[in-house]
Design a binder for this molecule. Structure first.
Ligand code: ADP
Ligand code: MG
Length: 227
């Protein structure tokens, strides 16, 4: 589903954010991307949805080399990728239902289909009872659930989440993790960038560890590894 061949990313300020990354994430896998702040986790996720292009090397998503993907086709790629990033804000002037419905409305989905899809995902995520509530009245955990609902309403092939349990207490964090496992069971490939050691160790999933832009380990049922 996602392949990287000798991927380098150097920013204009000469910072080498990623250095010779080679990896393969298969369809339906659940992968943690761990490592200290500045290791390159967010940069790697951005490459997958073509938020940025690599300086060198190839990023292949669902068989497509993203460096060769025409700009006009980028929106189609993005439709297959759900994203939960801290800087993708909720719409605070719209209720829970409308926050989830938004991306479907943008692409002209019929109202009846929107209703069906949004209600279904809210039910799965556990926010159905709150569908008329506005985001500022939700708890931190509920807001994060809403971000996840919004990202998966069109059943993407891939879900990318950047520090999804940041700022949440361990119990709420585990609830969020369980939700991500559930989405993964649908067949969605899930990548979670995290430095939440507790969650990563508890989850017993594949762990790819980055340090200073390089993959230093990649283990099935991995642990966060020593600092
Ligand atoms: N747009 C950018 N311009 C310049 N440097 C950047 C940019 N984005 C990230 N970096 C740098 O690249 C490195 C990796 O950053 P990042 O991918 O955000 O790490 P992480 O998510 O693991 O904390 C850091 O040194 C960061 O300062
Ligand atoms: Mg980051």
């Amino acid at each position: 589903m996602i392949r990287m061949f000798h991927v380098f990313k150097t920013f204009p300020n000469k910072i080498h954010a990623l250095w010779d990354i080679n990896l393969h994430v298969k369809k339906g896998e659940f992968v943690f991307l761990v490592g200290p702040t500045g290791a390159g986790k967010t940069t790697l996720l951005k490459l997958v949805y073509r938020g940025i292009l690599p300086s060198k090397g190839q990023v292949i998503v669902d068989g497509v080399n993203l460096s060769r993907l025409k700009l006009s086709l980028v929106p189609y790629l993005r439709r297959e990728i759900g994203i939960v990033f801290q800087d993708f804000k909720l719409l605070y002037d719209r209720n829970v239902f409308e926050n989830v419905a938004f991306s479907l409305r943008v692409v002209g989905t019929k109202n009846i289909i929107i209703k069906q899809k949004v209600n279904e995902v809210l039910d799965i995520i556990g926010l159905y009872e709150k569908k008329n509530t506005y985001p500022h009245l939700l708890s931190g955990g509920e807001q994060q659930k809403l971000c996840i609902a919004r990202a998966v309403v069109s059943r993407p092939l891939i879900l990318l989440t950047d520090e999804p349990t940041g700022n949440l207490d361990p119990e709420t964090s585990w609830e969020i993790m369980k939700l991500l496992f559930k989405i993964n069971v649908w067949g969605t490939t899930v990548i979670v960038a995290s430095h939440d050691k507790l969650m990563v160790d508890k989850a017993q999933k594949r762990v790819i560890r980055l340090v200073q832009g390089e993959v230093v380990s990649d283990a099935r049922k991995g642990i966060y590894a020593k600092q």
